[in-house]
Design a protein around this ligand. Structure first.
Ligand SMILES: Cc1ncc(COP(=O)(O)O)c(C=O)c1O
Length: 427
């Protein structure tokens, strides 16, 4: 492709032209020059069943050939089938309600609106605050940025963001203190990612964190929203990330694995206890025009069917354990790696200038992005991330269909990329 065409594509002009991907296949992204990138980031930790699955393409074609657009409140066969698939096979006991959106920020926004509407419906209109965590990412809408705290992504927008309180992301005692300070009667909900994704590179909270959240929220009639956009649908080796911890949420937001990247689809899932009072009060949940598009529902039904048929959640656990072992073998003592963490096929590598002192690279160096650039040069895509106290990290979240050979390529290339990026900033 003529490079000037790609260079003109970004909305905000950049020094370098974006990568041009010609097609996707299995675990590979194929560039316009024919070179192949192993998709170790699963895009943005999205791809679960791998690329180019004919069954999904055919389901999408059938759906589009039957129905293009109907308003979100009407039922279609694919919409009904997706709710049935979720309730029967994927959602925790008691989760009977599902609503779908075209994206994950939209889904987070809807979850916040449901929590607030529930509180109004049960006669608690003074409860509006949604307590987030001081390192977190819940999307880039103004509501998602307000309840989240990803400093790079909030940058410059702060005056426009609602002032929702934050509690420490790793301290089990912190939430109780924030609730006390704010006044429990003002708090509608708490929101957190079971394992922190784009803000912190797969940080797993300490034992006791989630049970403490549950205790204090139950004691104060505060709803618990788990943002499983990244951790849901098997990414962490269990169906839901929160299953690793002793916590029962009220609302789940989930995501990326729902349609495996084949269609823009997100959803929120909840219980009769949350939803029935909203109905009884004659209140509702306004949709977006493209919410629950028939195409996205058809694709999601097929993706989830493949996941079950090929037992891919279990595979995420198994291959995740192998990936983790190999990362620890090869990078455990690396001078620029301060931590390797995560669960299942959501693994994070925290990067620092000096492992012994914990000193980070200066923000202006954008070290994680440099490492990702070096990895691309060597044929692997890893997802750079980090915010606040985690300046630089990599997320490794490949399709669940990866093999041992792919793991060797990911680990070897990541190591070479970190070495090359470190050499480029020291020399
Ligand atoms: C946990 C979490 N919530 C919300 C979002 C927002 O999704 P989107 O970028 O599609 O709006 C993301 C995206 O990475 C996410 O990881």
């Amino acid at each position: 492709m003529d490079p000037s065409r790609a260079a003109a594509f970004p909305f905000i002009p950049a020094d370098t032209a974006p990568l041009v991907i010609d097609r996707t296949e299995d675990v590979w992204l194929i560039r316009d020059d024919g070179t192949r990138l192993l998709d170790a980031g699963g895009g943005a930790v999205v791809t679960n069943i791998g690329h180019g699955r004919r069954e999904v393409v055919e389901a999408a074609a059938r759906a589009l050939g039957t129905i293009d657009y109907v308003v979100p409140v009407w039922a279609t066969e694919n919409r009904i089938a997706l709710v049935e698939e979720l309730v029967e096979h994927w959602l925790p006991d008691g989760f009977t309600r599902a609503s779908f959106f075209s994206g994950w920020s939209e889904s987070v926004d809807a979850a916040i609106r449901v929590a607030r509407t529930h509180q109004v419906a049960v006669g608690q209109p003074q409860r509006w605050k949604v307590i987030g965590r001081d390192v977190s990412y819940h999307g880039s809408t103004l509501s998602g940025l307000s309840v989240g705290n990803h400093d790079r992504r909030r940058n410059g927008l702060e005056p426009m963001l609602a002032d929702h309180p934050k509690s420490n992301w790793l301290d089990p005692e912190a939430l109780a203190k924030v609730i006390e300070q704010e006044g429990p009667e003002t708090v509608a909900a708490f929101i957190g990612e079971p394992i922190s994704g784009a803000s912190a590179g797969a940080m797993v909270p300490p034992d006791g964190y989630w049970p403490a959240v549950e205790d204090v929220c139950r004691a104060n009639d505060i709803l618990i929203i788990v943002d499983e956009v990244m951790t849901g649908f098997g990414r962490t080796g269990r169906t839901w990330g929160h299953e690793h911890f002793d916590v029962t949420p009220d609302i789940i937001v989930g995501g990326k694995g729902l349609s495996g990247g084949y269609a823009p689809m997100g959803g929120i899932y909840s219980t009769d206890a949350v939803v029935d009072p909203i109905a009884a009060a004659g209140m509702g949940l306004m949709y977006f025009t493209f919410s629950g598009a028939d195409l996205g529902c058809a694709v999601s039904v097929e993706v989830l069917r493949i996941m079950r048929q090929e037992q891919l959640v279990q595979r995420s656990a198994e291959m995740g354990a192998r990936l983790r072992r190999r990362l620890e073998d090869e990078l455990g003592g690396h001078p620029n790696v301060s931590d390797i963490r995560g669960l299942g096929l959501m693994q994070g590598i925290e990067l620092v200038q000096d492992r012994d002192t914990g000193i980070e690279f200066s923000r202006s160096i954008d070290f994680a992005a440099r490492v990702a650039g070096e990895a691309i040069e060597r044929g692997v895509w890893v997802y750079p991330c980090g915010s606040g106290p985690v300046a630089d990290a990599l997320l490794i979240g490949p399709p669940f269909t990866i093999t041992d050979d792919h793991i060797e390529l990911i680990v070897g290339t990541t190591k070479a990329a970190i070495d090359a990026a470190a050499a480029s900033v020291s020399g």
